[in-house]
Ligand binder design. Structure first.
Ligand code: ADP
Ligand code: MG
Length: 203
């Protein structure tokens, strides 16, 4: 992947999040404090403001910088979690990642998010998307399958009761709504899968 391709990928992810920020806000209004759409929009605007220079960096530096921007600009509970994910990915993925390297780095990044959030899958959080996507990736899923799994995994948070994060304060009243962080994670993963497929890097 050259720097132009990396820039296109980052811009595509940012555009998706910005387009869906009202939907994410509405989801967070139902079971949180209504800031998730705005939080992520601010984060991705900060990341795109660093383009094209950011995309000229090799993957480890790029992911570290993007992760730090997420921590500093997104805020809330999700900023440090997304930031941890990207920074940890950057630590392990290497400069010219192939599928094997991405699978290993993704697994480590998911573990880092679990440690940071003191959370695991099944608690109605972004991990309910990251964990099944990691499994699909490791099982050799193609781009369309990964995208479908990410979207379906976010849908599966609807009947769950939140055990972590602000939504857990609602107890049983958190049931019946999609988790905002799961939805935003699914949008990011779906866009990355689409872009990698478009760029001929993933079948
Ligand atoms: P805040 O909850 O501080 O307002 P956001 O609204 O930006 O932050 O993000 C909320 C999302 O963060 C939730 O939908 C959930 O997916 C995720 N989240 C919150 N706490 C945790 C945690 N401990 N572990 C994993 N994910 C979490
Ligand atoms: Mg919130």
């Amino acid at each position: 992947m050259d720097s132009q391709a990396r820039e296109q990928l980052i811009r595509a992810v940012a555009a998706t999040i910005i387009q869906h920020s009202e939907e994410l806000t509405a989801l967070d209004q139902a079971i949180g404090d209504g800031d998730h759409g705005l939080n992520l929009k601010r984060g991705f605007e900060a990341v795109t403001a660093e383009l094209p220079g950011l995309a000229e960096k090799p993957w480890p530096d790029l992911l570290k910088a993007a992760g730090m921007a997420m921590v500093m600009k997104v805020g809330g509970a999700s900023g440090p979690l997304f930031g941890t994910f990207f920074m940890e990915l950057g630590k392990t993925v290497g400069g010219e990642p192939d599928r094997t390297a991405v699978i290993a780095a993704f697994a480590k990044a998911v573990e880092a998010v679990k440690a940071r959030g003191r959370s695991e899958a099944g608690q109605k959080t972004l991990l309910d998307v990251l964990v099944p996507v990691q499994a699909a990736l490791a099982a050799g899923a193609d781009a369309a399958t990964l995208k479908a799994e990410a979207i379906a995994a976010a849908d599966r948070t609807v009947p769950m009761q939140a055990i972590r994060g602000r939504a857990s304060f609602l107890g049983e009243r958190s049931v019946g709504h999609m988790d905002p962080g799961a939805r935003s994670s699914s949008l990011i993963i779906a866009t990355v899968a689409d872009e990698l497929n478009k760029q001929g890097l993933m079948s």
